[in-house]
Ligand binder design. Structure first.
Ligand SMILES: Nc1ncnc2c1ncn2[C@@H]1O[C@H](COP(=O)(O)OP(=O)(O)O)[C@@H](O)[C@H]1O
Ligand SMILES: [Mg+2]
Length: 353
């Protein structure tokens, strides 16, 4: 049985300017131990879709307009708040961006890691303090016995992020959700954290949802890649398939905006552990959509050089892509491989990068 089953999750924000269609009909399964990379530009609905599952969107203006989120068979969307609170941090660990604001500046690292454990009644205070040292060691913080007594400001950015990871995995969750967890770090430290995560997911055999706007980050980490835009899943499948047999024009645009991308190389070159340079990026032309009362159709259509008239009329369903790997899904009325073959001017690589 899947660990997590997201079924038709739909989230709206009712604002003075109209209804924001933040997440629309998001559906997927996550298996135990699977790492899912969720990718998309800012405003795609990546954060809101996980915050909604965890009962963490502000209501109002937010509301769950439909769907189910089954975690080990229980619907998180109808779970009493008390049970949801116990699940968060225990069976579902979380790591967010900006550990400086997430860590409490007036408490030692030890107090904060221990608190993550004792708040769920899993251990005594003294046992939790001993465990805190083990956890700092696990996440690669040197001299953990000494470091555990320090305050967050005595840690570097990378070390603070490691401490946040220690808190996220303190209760050995079944699922770890990381939202832009390495975005604030420089590329070298980011690569180290990604290496750590690969190591941890093996040691702790936990499933992960790794959210990032950076395609390069998920390449070496994720088993499955899910590309979101306008609150919808545009493409989803085994990482290799999504990178090397891309079917959504949006994914294709994201991949082209990666530095030194050429066909088939992204997957090999952008692995964690290799710091990479960030030369000038080739952006996708046009701006991300305003999701307030959006027009019908595929939200990416106005920016899509391969859009056909149907794209402006109706959102295509997310279905198995033709002649693609099993489980490689795409939401597109156009056929990207054919469209690219017909437009060698656009398919050309290297220009602008
Ligand atoms: N509290 C809120 N009130 C109104 N709109 C919101 C709120 N939080 C998020 N949104 C909107 O929901 C959409 C999805 O946001 P988000 O999930 O944060 O995007 P991402 O994480 O992909 O950058 C955006 O259009 C955003 O403006
Ligand atoms: Mg976000």
């Amino acid at each position: 049985m899947p660990l997590l089953q997201v079924k038709d999750l739909t989230v709206r924000f009712d604002t003075a300017g109209g209804t924001v269609h933040a997440v629309s009909g998001v559906t997927y399964d996550l298996e135990p131990g699977e790492t899912l990379g969720v990718v998309g530009e800012s405003g795609s609905g990546k954060s809101v879709h996980v915050l909604a599952m965890l009962g963490l969107i502000p209501k109002p203006p937010g509301r769950i307009a439909g769907g189910q989120v089954l975690f080990e068979g229980r619907d998180l969307l109808t779970l009493p708040e008390r049970e949801l609170r116990d699940l968060r941090g225990k069976k579902i660990g979380m790591i967010f961006q900006d550990p400086m604001t997430s860590l409490n500046p007036v408490l030692t690292v030890e107090a904060q890691v221990a608190e993550a454990i004792t708040s769920h009644g899993l251990m005594s205070r003294s046992a939790a303090r001993a465990r805190a040292v083990e956890l700092l060691d696990l996440v690669g913080i040197p001299e953990p016995r000494k470091r555990v007594k320090q305050f967050p400001h005595q840690f570097s950015g990378g070390m603070r992020q490691r401490a946040m990871i220690a808190i996220g995995v303190a209760c050995e969750p079944k699922l770890l959700i990381a939202d832009e967890a390495t975005t604030a770090l420089d590329v070298t430290v980011q690569a180290q954290i990604l290496d750590l995560m690969k190591d941890l997911k093996r040691k702790l055999s936990m499933a992960m949802i790794w959210i990032t706007h950076d395609m390069g980050v998920v390449a070496g980490l994720a088993d499955t890649v899910q590309v979101m835009y306008g609150g919808r899943i545009m493409e989803r499948g085994p990482a290799r398939a999504v990178f090397n047999d891309t079917r959504s024009a949006y994914t294709w645009g994201l991949l082209r905006s990666l530095p030194d991308h050429s066909e088939g190389r992204v997957y090999e070159t952008h692995t964690p552990g290799q710091a990479r340079k960030r030369p000038r990026l080739r952006q996708i032309a046009g701006a991300p959509p305003d999701m307030t009362d959006p027009p019908p159709g595929d939200p990416f259509a106005p920016r899509n050089p391969f859009a056909i008239s149907g794209c402006f009329q109706e959102m295509p369903p997310l279905v198995q892509a033709r002649d693609a790997a099993p489980g490689h899904l795409v939401a597109a009325w156009y056929d990207l491989p054919k469209a690219l073959a017909a437009r060698p001017d656009l398919a050309g690589k290297g220009e602008g990068a």
